[in-house]
Design a binder for this molecule. Structure first.
Ligand code: 13P
Length: 245
């Protein structure tokens, strides 16, 4: 399966800064390289380096209608998005998104032909209490409940430990290996075609630690926050995923 490195710009950028970043980006061969940008910039990203794949950071669970402020999956598809992030921990924590809503958003994305990047991950308290895998199982279980086994195999998953996001403190190679194997095993147990599912790691991925994380058997790519805003860093991370370093 093609490995995926997706940049999550979060609520950053402006027309001029985006243009500078795009001008510097060179798409690496051997890896799918995507950027998930704020909604207003989808129009600007219609012109982008050849091969750079487009994504968004959220999507409505609804198809169309009186839902002020929402953006539908069909709208994202119309702007050429292939991916949309759903259930990022920032949305779960700051915008009260619950597990089932994340499942419904993933469903809406798939129905419009997009691939949802479904984020899961534990807080530091949950990890310290030994509940990391239980929490992730609960988050995944809700998505499976909405999607069913067949559609579940069509999503991309991203393991993003909440405590590693934007903290400069990536999970260790052993922790990532453990959770990714746990997620793959969980999918298998539920009867999902686990080997078809790409499982990305996200949380303080930098050029310095990318190769070590990406070398792990069950890591199929990365979801990159801060470092995706710096062209040289994002390209170095993509090179590490492509096996070059
Ligand atoms: P950082 O790479 O800035 O830690 O962010 C990770 C993330 O949240 C990507 O979705």
């Amino acid at each position: 399966m093609t490995r995926l490195v997706a940049g999550n710009w979060k609520m950053n950028g402006c027309l001029a800064a985006n243009r500078r970043l795009l001008d510097e980006l060179v798409v690496e061969a051997g890896v799918e390289m995507a950027v998930c940008v704020p909604f207003p910039y989808l129009a600007q990203l219609q012109e982008r380096p050849a091969g750079l794949v487009l994504g968004a950071q959220d999507v409505s669970e609804f198809e169309a209608g009186a839902y002020t402020g929402e953006v539908s999956a069909a709208m994202l598809a119309e702007f050429g998005c292939r991916y949309v992030i759903v259930g990022h921990s920032e949305r779960r924590a700051l915008f009260a998104e619950d597990d089932l809503l994340v499942g419904r958003k993933a469903h809406a994305a798939l129905a419009a032909g997009l691939t949802p990047i479904v984020c899961v991950g534990e807080t530091l308290v949950e990890r310290d209490e030994g509940r990391a895998m239980a929490v992730i199982g609960r988050q995944l279980g809700a998505v499976l409940e909405v999607l069913g086994r067949v559609a579940m195999a069509r999503v991309v998953l991203a393991y993003e430990p909440v405590w590693a996001i934007g903290s400069g403190r990536s999970a260790t190679v052993a922790q990532v290996e453990d959770v990714h194997a746990g997620i793959r095993g969980w999918l298998r147990e539920q009867g999902v075609a686990a080997d078809a599912v790409r499982i990305l790691y996200g949380g303080s991925v930098k050029p310095e630690n990318a190769a070590g994380l990406f070398a792990l058997a069950d890591v199929d790519g990365g979801l990159i926050g801060g470092a995706s805003l710096v062209a040289a860093d994002f390209m170095a991370i993509c090179r590490a995923e492509a096996g070059g370093v």
